[in-house]
Design a protein around this ligand. Structure first.
Ligand SMILES: Cc1cc2nc3c(=O)[nH]c(=O)nc-3n(C[C@H](O)[C@H](O)[C@H](O)COP(=O)(O)OP(=O)(O)OC[C@H]3O[C@@H](n4cnc5c(N)ncnc54)[C@H](O)[C@@H]3O)c2cc1C
Length: 396
């Protein structure tokens, strides 16, 4: 049994850290590297962020695990994870939906026209995608989605509403799950489409979450797309959505920010005093923080199990659910404890003058709640463990 990375993987990391060290010397580094990631990273667009992604692409770091035939380097998937972990540990934007969920699904299931059109643009970091799954009455029960897609000659016409679409306000393309057959069981009548985000039939409206993230609701009014913008087979979309969500659960929820948050908590305990004594000397605080140290290690190991399985080419559904559940719940408890350590002042938001640590712990406390919902709520992750991992089905 060996928990360490192989020497060639360590060498890759060393090399990549060198790349990032140069990036950190740039004048716009403060915008790219935001250590308190819940307010930044993949959710926020900026010309600086896009330029950074392009530099990553030019250096060959995007799509490393893709086949050479599609412009990749055929490196084992573990390198993508190492890359994302290092990026998130530095508070930098991570490689997200395009190269992971969408690119991999297109390679596996997309028609030739879609592959030719989108794969090179994804590899070059020229385009951004938004993921359109959730709807007002279809979140956890995603298969109940109702946004309708009907065939009309050489086109598909989409009508309905999506909810919680992060990045819809700046993405170039929309990856949309829609109902194409209403007569079959709900999982069997879903298809996936790619839609240009600037289509005049789309209306995007902002929703601000309690974690200060922006997300959106999106309305479709006779949105017409060419027939070849259907991904894979008609009515086979549920499978593609599930595969992409498995990928999302471990690629977008990296463990790096959790480690950063924990390290910040240890520092906080040394810096903050209560009755003239540093919190780090308080037995209750020490007990709590030591407990978190053990749990952070557990989260890291749960994530290694995801990587180990994915590296063997298997889909780590149960492992990813366990990791997502555990790491996001832990992030929430660490943030909450950090805020408690600051006493009543810890409740001041980052806009309030005099807020300790510029209100970051209070913001973190709110933002980490959101992590336990996006990409499938904690209850849904436990349902996956019960059903897929333990065979505890409810509808046998
Ligand atoms: C910040 C943010 C960004 C997001 N970004 C995107 C995005 O880009 N694209 C996208 O498509 N979606 C996105 N989502 C949507 C996200 O995936 C859904 O919010 C999530 O799946 C939960 O769905 P819901 O909000 O409809 O809640 P519901 O499904 O209505 O659930 C409400 C509550 O009931 C619980 N519950 C529901 N069903 C069960 C069950 N069977 N057993 C036990 N408990 C249950 C849930 O756990 C939850 O606590 C985002 C959400 C957030 C908060």
């Amino acid at each position: 049994m060996n928990f360490a990375f192989a020497p060639e993987e360590e060498a890759f990391l060393e090399d990549f850290r060198g790349f990032l060290a140069k990036e950190k010397c740039r004048p716009d580094a403060d915008i790219i590297f935001a250590p308190w990631r819940e307010t930044d990273s993949w959710l926020v667009d900026s010309p600086e962020r896009r330029a950074f992604m392009k530099r990553l692409a030019e250096a060959g770091y995007i799509g490393m695990s893709w086949d050479k035939e599609f412009g990749g380097r055929e490196m084992p998937g573990v390198y993508d994870y190492l890359l994302n972990e290092q990026l998130s540990s530095d508070g930098a934007p991570i490689i997200g939906k395009g190269v992971g969920c969408i690119g991999k699904t297109l390679i596996a299931h997309g028609n030739e026209a879609l592959k030719r059109r989108f794969l090179p643009q994804i590899l070059a970091a020229d385009i951004e995608f938004a993921l359109g799954y959730s709807e007002p009455s279809a979140g956890s029960d995603l298969a109940s989605l109702r946004l309708r897609a009907e065939r009309d000659g050489d086109e598909w016409v989409l009508n309905g509403q999506k909810m919680w679409t992060t990045s819809a306000h700046f993405a170039d393309w929309y990856w949309v799950a829609a109902r194409t057959d209403t007569e079959v069981p709900k999982h069997k009548g879903i298809s996936v489409f790619i839609v240009p985000m600037d289509h005049p039939g789309l209306t995007v409206r902002e929703i601000k979450t309690m974690g200060d993230h922006r997300t959106n609701e999106v309305f479709f009014d006779n949105v017409r797309v060419p027939a070849e913008f259907l991904v894979g087979e008609e009515n086979a979309g549920w499978r593609y959505v599930c595969e992409a969500l498995d990928y999302e659960r471990f690629s977008l929820y990296t463990v790096g920010p959790l480690l950063l948050k924990f390290e910040a908590l240890v520092e906080l305990a040394k810096l903050v005093h209560s009755n003239g004594i540093p919190l780090s000397k308080d037995p209750v605080v020490r007990d709590q923080i030591a407990g978190f140290a053990i749990e952070v290690e557990m989260a890291t190991m749960l994530q290694r199990r995801v990587i180990a399985k994915a590296s063997k080419g298997e889909v780590p559904t149960v492992e990813a659910a366990m990791y997502k559940f555990y790491s996001t719940a832990l992030g929430r408890r660490i943030a909450n404890f950090g805020m408690d350590c600051l006493g009543p002042l810890g409740l001041l938001s980052h806009e309030a003058p005099g807020a300790p640590f510029e209100g970051r712990w209070e913001l973190s406390d709110r933002a980490t709640v959101v992590d336990t919902i996006g990409g499938g709520s904690s209850e849904v992750q436990k349902n996956i463990v019960a059903r897929r991992g333990l065979g505890l089905v409810t509808d046998a």
